[in-house]
Design a protein around this ligand. Structure first.
Ligand SMILES: NC(=O)c1ccc[n+]([C@@H]2O[C@H](COP(=O)([O-])OP(=O)(O)OC[C@H]3O[C@@H](n4cnc5c(N)ncnc54)[C@H](O)[C@@H]3O)[C@@H](O)[C@H]2O)c1
Length: 320
């Protein structure tokens, strides 16, 4: 298949591009190298995909790029590009969130419509569309009450995908990812910050009391869900939770990190941040039904892999 992966230089996009290439597909990656985090990290993410002859890369912003020639003849679009991050989405930065998350998605959908023949558009939605949920585990029909401006933009883009499906028959599928982790995780995300702190022999900073919980999802499970969303015909038009089934407190994460790094880890607790929800925990029955989805990687194994990645990224010899 001919595929487009938007956000291909990012955490999820680079893994997805690599897996598609390994599976024998042709991939065109698009990324604007948004400066939310260091370009050198994204260039490193791209090393794997760039080693394939069947990979092409276009640097540019989805809000301005001439998309028509890029989408012509494409079978699958995996739309991973977004301005991510809950905490930075307040204030003046919101303009970037609306541009990268809402306008870019609308432009991509319009172009896919004009091109015709696109077989699947898989959109990377987010658990942030639920906000502070009232019941657990969270099913897809739970009330949608985003708790951050980021969540508002992710929901708006998800709604755009669904309405382009209903109005024009565009074959969209939206996957609501629950906290993704693993090698190449964004540097602003908790596990990455925790691993970096341990490697630098610094205390870990946890916002709030550490008893908040997250349903953590390993990157290879997210990638697999994307592939199934592209190939399952019954998934068209659906919105599904994709989660890891490893709901734990951040305090437990610290204990696991302490084991995998063989270090005693010091923690400083700081104020809860605006936009942060207290708990996430997904019901993935729908994804099991439509995608045969089953998370395979345990938190212990996944965190060990992320710690090894962080060690090589920061090129530090770690002594316990
Ligand atoms: N990482 C998570 O835990 C998580 C959870 C839920 C949803 N998501 C969603 O998954 C997707 C991937 O997240 P990630 O963690 O890999 O983020 P990331 O920041 O590592 O990757 C996103 C990439 O998109 C690019 N990008 C942003 N706007 C663009 C634009 N307008 N044009 C071209 N490129 C653009 C950025 O430069 C970046 O490289 C995002 O849509 C995010 O909202 C992620």
């Amino acid at each position: 298949m001919r595929c487009i992966v938007t956000g291909a230089a990012g955490f999820v996009g680079s893994h997805l591009a690599e897996r598609l290439l390994e599976d024998g597909h042709e991939v065109c990656g698009i990324d604007a190298f948004i400066d939310y985090y260091d370009r050198s990290i994204k260039e490193k993410n791209l090393e794997g995909p760039r080693s394939w002859k069947t990979f092409t890369f276009v640097e540019g912003n989805l809000t301005h790029l001439p998309l028509l020639p890029l989408l012509n003849g494409v079978d699958w679009i995996f739309h991973q590009a977004a301005q991510a991050g809950v905490r930075a989405s307040w204030g003046a930065e919101f303009a970037r969130y609306t541009e990268c998350n809402v306008l870019a998605t609308q432009r991509l959908l319009e172009t896919a419509l004009r091109v015709g023949n696109v077989k699947r558009i898989v959109y990377a939605s987010s658990s942030s569309v639920y906000g502070d949920a009232l019941q657990f585990p969270i099913t897809e029909d739970a009330q949608l009450r985003p708790y951050s401006p980021y969540g508002v933009t992710k929901l708006a883009a998800e709604n755009l995908c669904t309405l382009y499906h209903h109005n024009f028959g565009l074959p969209t599928v939206s996957l609501r990812y629950f906290t993704v982790y693993g090698p190449r995780q964004r540097p602003d995300m908790a596990f990455h910050r925790f691993c970096k702190a341990v490697l630098h022999h610094e205390p870990i900073r946890i916002y709030d009391d550490g008893l908040q919980t997250r349903d953590f999802t390993y990157i290879s499970d997210i990638v697999e869900a994307n592939l199934c969303a592209a190939t399952s015909n019954t998934a068209i038009g659906q919105v599904m939770n994709i989660a890891g089934g490893s709901r734990v407190t951040l305090r437990s994460v610290v204990d696991i990190l302490s084991q995998v790094s063989s270090s005693s880890v010091q923690v400083n607790f700081e104020e809860r941040q605006h936009g942060d929800v207290r708990h996430t925990f997904a019901d993935t029955t729908k994804a099991q039904h439509f995608l045969n989805y089953q998370p395979l990687v345990s938190l212990q194994e996944g965190l060990a892999n992320e710690f090894e990645y962080a060690r090589s990224l920061y090129r530090l010899v770690h002594t316990a």
